[in-house]
Design a protein around this ligand. Structure first.
Ligand code: URA
Length: 258
């Protein structure tokens, strides 16, 4: 873990102020507080959730409700605290009544997340649930299909492992999902111990890199894989925004790490 430079810290603080003043989408009119994200700016591990809920909107902090408590328990299971990781969301403002993020909201907010990744330079990004996973992979494959399998990719010049897992809010109500989430979480230390993609002396067996969604407006296309019996989203509504014109072909490939 490289220490954050003074320039990076200043840039993150400026980004935070920008998010707090953001009026790029309609959510600014209904939010109480923006939720830019928080944690160790030099952490190797970053979490990306969907959007602030009620408590996050009240406090201006990510994952402070029931889902946050579960996330903290999961972190404790691998010997970490929330202060040792960086926690952010796809959307920085709460959608009214916790509805799913809209495509235009994701487009408006995406540059903030991309910039956070560029400044924090995590080795592993854990995407929590469908929205974050589809945005970061640029692929419509849902979380039920891709959870627990690391993908090597590059975001804004940062080589990293993307590690999709179920959203804690979904796991709170589905015991089988909670079991899987705990199992996937326990594999994080092994992934964190690995060299970052691009830094390895030799690539891991069967490793390959995914085409990154590097264009700021790259969006996943419509979902194709949600099985009726296992919803992919913490909320059950169909959720993937339509593909943005000019999206790069998304071909995430799995690593043979686990
Ligand atoms: N769910 C999310 O996706 N993000 C939060 O910050 C809280 C709950």
């Amino acid at each position: 873990m490289a220490p954050a430079t003074d320039d990076d810290l200043a840039a993150l603080a400026a980004l935070r102020a920008e998010v707090e003043a953001c009026t790029l989408c309609d959510l600014h009119a209904t939010r109480t507080m923006a939720v830019p994200g928080e944690g160790d700016p030099a952490s190797d591990l970053m979490f990306v959730g969907e959007a602030p809920g009620y408590h996050e909107d009240q406090q201006g902090r990510p994952f402070v409700g029931q889902a946050g408590k579960l996330l903290e328990q999961l972190l404790a299971s691998i010997g970490l605290t929330r202060e040792q990781v960086f926690i952010a969301n796809v959307l920085k403002s709460r959608p009214p009544n916790n509805r799913d993020p809209r495509p235009e909201e994701i487009v408006a907010c995406q540059p903030y997340l991309w910039r956070q990744i560029e400044l924090i330079k995590p080795k592993v990004i854990c995407t929590l649930g469908n929205h974050a996973t589809k945005l970061l992979t640029g692929n419509p494959a849902g979380i039920t299909r891709v959870h627990g399998r690391p993908q090597a990719m590059e975001v804004n010049g940062v080589g990293l492992y993307l590690y999709p897992i179920f959203h804690p809010a979904a796991a709170l109500y589905t015991p089988a999902m909670l079991t899987t989430l705990k199992e996937d979480f326990l594999r994080l230390p092994e992934l964190l111990a690995h060299e970052a993609p691009g830094d390895e002396a030799s690539p891991p067996p069967a490793a390959s890199t995914a085409a990154p969604p590097s264009a700021p407006n790259a969006l996943p296309s419509a979902p194709t894989d949600a099985p009726p019996s296992a919803p992919d989203s913490p909320t059950s509504a169909p959720d993937a925004p339509p593909a943005a014109p000019g999206s790069p072909p998304a071909k995430p490939e799995q690593l043979g790490l686990f």
